[in-house]
Design a protein around this ligand. Sequence first.
Ligand SMILES: [Zn+2]
Length: 242
Amino acid sequence: MARPPVVPLLESRAGSIWRLRMLGDYVNGFLARDPDGKVTLIDVGLRWSTRRVLDALAAVGSGPSAVTRIVLTHAHSDHAGAAAALARRTGGDVDVHQGDAAYVRHGRPPPRSGFGRLVPRVLLSFPPVAVSAELVDGQLLDVAGGLRVIHTPGHSPGHISLLHEDAKLLLTGDAIFNVRGVGWPARAFCTDFRLTQQTAHLLADLDYRLAAFTHGQELRENPREAIRDFLRTQRPSGGEAG
Ligand SMILES: [Zn+2]
């Protein structure tokens, strides 16, 4: 039996948020709906994920025309791949942090480190798309009652996490994964792995009761403790467990 394309994370009078399963639980986006029906998509998967996103919209009872905004946590092909097709299909604006905006406009990945430099750029590129708004740290997005932009650079220059302060819901983006437990994104695909490790500590200090990830399932039990425990075992220099 096919597993549902969406997993509910938040249902409140201020709005609803679902995790959108793009590829099992390995690649996720999010779908947020305001009380007036307006939908914001947060990360939209690989370039062939368009159908999956449209199915997810149908599953929550919204059509493509309800989408007013597509927010990207960063300019990687497994997050921004379907942005151009979905922007065309829905008419929604595409918003990304100013540090990644040029990469989205050109459909190019940000620089990688180590082995990542050897991966041909063409494999990581994605259809370019116009950026409407360049986001900045601390900005409050008018989405499902308010999503705070938390700039967590390192994985990419303009990588962001998002925090719903009222509902205490954290969307980590690729700052931290939850595949086979809480862990780091692949070092080779980080622009600056050391900076990834440093800025992840910002997430330890935020206030949340539910953490959802772009890679892996959400943590519903003591997510802050799980992330703090993980970070405590890490040394910010070499990257291996300390
Ligand atoms: Zn990424």
